[in-house]
Design a protein around this ligand. Structure first.
Ligand SMILES: C[S@@+](CC[C@H](N)C(=O)[O-])C[C@H]1O[C@@H](n2cnc3c(N)ncnc32)[C@H](O)[C@@H]1O
Length: 284
């Protein structure tokens, strides 16, 4: 029953029938529930994952990260294009912190900041990833980033923005906190109904598109590969297990089928904020 209610709720959100503050509140409640319910550090990612085509060489990972290969895949697909070494990097919607931790260790940015609006997820991420020296976690809202203008070289955003009440405000905030010449890497899914609002939010910002890709095939490979591991985690939820199966895109769910058939598009976009001189010319 809970899974049917959850499906209905997603449909209302998708159709834009839920006001932004309710939209935000629903997702905050969901992610706070998850953060409180699963306190174990053996699960530090919450995305659908991405894997390259069978037969292509696997991306390099430390032995301890192998168990999370499919979830790290989305971070790899995005971060490998962004030249992060020595940079100030922000992840908006860092969840349980596994992705920010991997980026901080693997790409050696000068400083990596993970931000999330779930206080419990932030508290856990601080505890679980405390040994990573160039990493910090901050509680905050994607639509009101608690940072001064021009404070980051790169902003990344992995499977989080579908939760935001106002995508336009989020993209404006990213543009504000990026330094001139800085880059914004985004991956997330969109139904056809939500697509126009997202494209408009990107078009409204002073950000130049550098790369775009459709990730559905790689996401389906990861969903298939992660099925058993996810089932073990979700099995602990008992009464909420059916709803969480839908939520997690497990095989046979409506979401899984929609990603397979491309009724929901899983997109990657990389943008660059123009250099100060180019921006001044554009705005003149
Ligand atoms: C699907 S999870 C992805 C987490 C992480 N990026 C990963 O791949 O493991 C989405 C995350 O976005 C966060 N989130 C949703 N809306 C947010 C908002 N308005 N501000 C900050 N974080 C938000 C949620 O709390 C959740 O941790």
């Amino acid at each position: 029953m809970l899974d049917k209610a959850f499906q209905k709720l997603l449909q209302f959100i998708d159709e834009g029938r839920v006001p932004p503050f309710i939209h935000r509140l629903i997702w905050k409640t969901c992610y706070q529930f998850i953060a409180r319910k699963w306190k174990s550090d053996d699960w530090t990612f919450m995305n659908y994952g991405w894997l390259p085509e069978a037969g292509s060489s696997p991306f390099p990972l430390a032995a301890a990260d192998e168990k999370d290969r499919y979830f790290i895949g989305l971070y790899y697909r995005l971060a490998s294009r962004l030249d992060l070494a020595g940079k100030d990097v922000l992840e908006v919607g860092s969840g349980r912190g596994g992705g920010a931790s991997w980026v901080a260790r693997h790409y050696q940015p000068a400083a990596m900041t993970g931000l999330d609006f779930s206080p419990t997820a932030i508290e856990s991420a601080k505890k679980w990833h405390a040994e990573v020296a160039n990493l910090r976690f901050v509680e905050g809202d994607a639509e009101r980033l608690p940072f001064p203008d021009a404070s980051f070289d790169v902003v990344i955003n992995v499977e989080s923005s579908h939760c935001y009440g106002d995508m336009n405000r989020f993209v404006q905030e990213v543009e504000r906190v990026l330094r001139p010449g800085g880059r914004f890497g985004w991956v997330d899914m969109r139904s056809p109904k939500m697509m126009a609002g997202t494209q408009q939010a990107f078009a409204n910002a002073n950000l130049l598109v550098e790369e775009e890709d459709l990730l559905n095939a790689g996401v389906v490979r990861a969903l298939d590969a992660a099925e058993t591991r996810k089932a073990e985690i979700i099995g602990q939820a008992r009464f909420a297990a059916a709803a969480l199966r839908q939520f997690s895109g497990a095989k046979g769910t409506a979401l899984y089928k929609a990603i397979v058939h491309k009724d929901v598009l899983y997109l990657l976009k990389i943008f660059r904020k123009p250099e100060a001189k180019a921006l001044a010319q554009k705005l003149a």
